[in-house]
Design a protein around this ligand. Structure first.
Ligand SMILES: *Cc1c(COP(=O)(O)O)cnc(C)c1O
Length: 229
């Protein structure tokens, strides 16, 4: 199989899984596939774009920035989904349209300032730690409404909604249900903040059952990554 055929097969499988999960959940709304390209080359992203995928996820600024530059001729939407450091905000704000990983006031303010300096407007999601384990990033659930208000009050950020990474070694359903609860609370205060970014290669069905509007899928599209990232 050529690389193009491998990627087409991966994408086809993921699209089928998304449709099946939506049908099983009785949902008629769209679920957006964010294809997570970390560790995979820009040539792979170009092949995927040729198959109609527009939303690309990355978790490291340096890698993301280089790919965004190399693929600037394509109509792609870049999603930054990794841990965000203050000193990376300028760079991230230069190419990303959506940042999924806002989990503390300091980083919200830094990204807002960076977006303003670059004359850009970004969509920000508040990342939720659905089980209190700080390892995967995310704010404690109790802190989420105030962080959402903070994003909503920023001059250069639009609050999109919430994001979470479920524990990979346990049944993710309870985590996704907690995320759906906090998403509803955020939406009550910010009616346009409808995004629920949840679900990866191993758990996208459970995430869609719990209301995910965006799934972030890497290995099921591109194949296995060489590292644990
Ligand atoms: C790597 C990553 C994904 C995709 O993981 P896969 O298991 O390859 O689908 C999704 N979300 C985040 C935050 C990631 O870092």
């Amino acid at each position: 199989m050529s690389r193009a055929e491998e990627i087409a097969a991966g994408l086809h499988g993921v699209r089928r899984r998304i449709v099946a999960a939506r049908t099983a959940a009785g949902r008629r709304d769209e679920v957006t596939l964010v294809a997570v390209a970390k560790t995979f080359p820009a040539t792979d992203v170009r092949l995927l774009a040729g198959l109609g995928v527009r939303d690309i996820g990355e978790n490291r600024d340096q890698e993301a920035h280089a790919k965004a530059r190399e693929l600037a001729d394509l109509p792609l939407t870049w999603h930054f989904i990794g841990r965000l450091q203050r000193n990376k905000c300028r760079s991230v704000a230069s190419y990303a349209a959506v940042v999924h990983s806002l989990d503390r006031a300091e980083i919200i303010d830094a990204l807002d300032a960076a977006a303003g300096a670059g004359e850009r407007r970004l969509v920000g999601l508040v990342q939720v730690s659905v089980d209190g384990d700080p390892h995967r990033g995310g704010a404690r659930i109790e802190a989420v409404p105030a962080l959402a208000d903070r994003v909503g009050g920023c001059a250069h950020l639009d609050l999109g909604g919430v994001m979470a990474v479920a524990p990979q070694d346990a049944d993710p359903r309870a985590a996704f249900d907690r995320l759906a609860d906090v998403a509803a609370r955020v939406r009550a205060a910010h009616p346009h903040a409808t995004v629920i970014s949840a679900g990866m290669s191993g758990d996208l069905e459970a995430a869609i059952a719990a209301g995910a509007t965006h799934v972030r899928v890497g290995s099921a599209v591109f194949g296995r990554r060489p590292s644990a990232r």
